[in-house]
Design a protein around this ligand. Structure first.
Ligand code: SAH
Ligand code: SF4
Length: 394
């Protein structure tokens, strides 16, 4: 049987559009990159090093968006900096608030590509769900994002920009160690983060830097659908918590619902989890398991899940996610009784298996519901739009 969905993804390789005014956006640049940009603009090495450090602090710790705010940099130098650089934010097209307090932002890149981010407040934490791509090439059958035709990688600037914008809107500058609303980050928005490895790594390094946004790696989780060859590098070079979208325990079902399984099978994936650097009892891998009615939710499958986790001696917990519906989705949500029974079997096997409460469903902000209208524009249409914009600017 021909299973729909391609497995060999090709993200549209498109460099971010340079700003029309030729200035460089500092958001998304590391300390070294800021220093190099200052040198390229004409500062000598010593001045660039000092200014770079100051600017880094203002941008990422204080949330400054204007050079005039940088009181420890001589006023006379502000116009020079403003001529060469900006401290940008993603353009907000729409901001929505769910009845449960979840917030969703629709953001637009300069090349007219849209992506989304979601903030989920809880009593004891606040989690920002960050996108890594516009769309996703992977076509998991239960995921709305996977139905978007157009895909491009987000830049490190666009990824860090989401965190900066969330901090702005929560009024959380300067970075405080205590009492934050935004305490956790999950790379679980649109896209497969391990297909945009470099930008995700560079962005998360900035987010984790203690002088800047200062979010601990223990409070950041990267979720992958199972890009096995990149998992070890994720552990070594990023070192955040890992979540794996497992969703099925047999080749047959996983091939169908998570098509990347046809490329990297279950055994390989579980072995990569066992080998993930830094996993131990305190730092467990999270397996995400979307509960699809009559597809992957039987008691036998729950028992098989326990067997597999034990076979690979994984320190793991399982997050059971009731399927979040979207228009035209080919699945239904499992009944609450079925989800409970599945959860109980996994718990009885000695593995924690909490059931995730869906959040933000009324504004399509829940897991797997993110989808923007970017799919409606073809490459040719986008080029035409860009040309029109250029012509309008004369
Ligand atoms: N691409 C990455 C991260 C983004 S998806 C990944 O797949 O892991 C975040 C989580 O939401 C994944 O576990 C994904 O499988 C799950 N998900 C996708 N669509 C869903 C839906 N309709 N209902 C519930 N969860 C869904
Ligand atoms: Fe992509 Fe993740 Fe959605 Fe699969 S579940 S299509 S990998 S975003």
């Amino acid at each position: 049987m021909q299973i729909p969905g391609h497995i060999d993804p090709v993200a549209v390789p498109r460099a971010p559009t340079l700003r029309e005014d030729g200035r460089v956006d500092l958001v998304g640049l590391s300390k070294d990159q800021i220093r190099a940009e200052l040198e390229a603009a004409g500062l000598d090495a010593k001045a660039a090093k000092l200014r770079g450090k100051q600017i880094w602090h203002w941008v990422y710790n204080r949330g400054a968006t204007e050079f005039a705010q940088m009181t420890d940099i001589a006023k006379a130098q502000h116009p020079f900096l403003a001529d060469h650089f900006v401290i940008g934010r993603p353009e907000v097209v729409e901001a929505q608030v769910s009845s449960d307090g979840t917030r969703k932002w629709l953001l637009r890149a300069p090349d007219a590509q849209d992506y989304e981010m979601v903030f989920i407040p809880d009593a004891d934490r606040g989690t920002l769900c960050v996108s890594s791509q516009v769309g996703c090439t992977l076509n998991c059958r239960f995921c709305h994002t996977g139905t978007m035709r157009l895909v491009r990688n987000l830049t490190a600037s666009e990824i860090v920009g989401q965190v900066m914008l969330a901090r702005d809107s929560l009024g959380e500058w300067p970075s405080q160690p205590e009492g934050r609303l935004l305490t956790n980050i999950v790379m679980m928005g649109m896209g497969e983060p391990l297909y945009n490895f470099d930008a995700v790594r560079d962005a998360l390094k900035i987010v984790m830097d203690g002088d800047g946004l200062a979010l601990s790696k223990r409070r950041i989780t990267l979720s992958t659908s199972g890009v096995v060859p990149m998992m070890a590098r994720a552990g070594e070079e990023i070192g955040v918590n890992l979540a794996v979208s497992l969703h099925a325990v047999t080749k047959e079902v996983r091939d169908e619902i998570v098509p990347i399984n046809r490329k990297y099978g279950l055994e390989e994936l579980l072995q990569a989890c066992a080998d993930y650097p830094g996993v131990n009892n305190a730092r467990r891998i999270t397996f995400e398991y979307v509960m699809l009615k009559d597809k992957n939710d039987s008691d036998d499958e729950a028992r098989e899940l326990v067997r597999l986790i034990k076979k690979y001696r994984l320190h793991a917990k399982v997050n059971l996610i009731p399927f979040n519906p979207w228009p035209g989705a080919p699945y239904d949500t499992s009944t609450p009784e079925r989800v409970r029974s599945f959860s109980n079997i996994v718990f009885d096997g000695g593995i924690s298996a909490p059931i995730r409460t869906p959040r933000g469903r009324d504004i399509d902000a829940a897991c797997g519901q993110l989808k923007t209208s970017s799919e409606k524009k073809t490459r040719a249409e986008l080029d035409r739009l860009a040309e029109e914009k250029q012509a309008a600017l004369g």
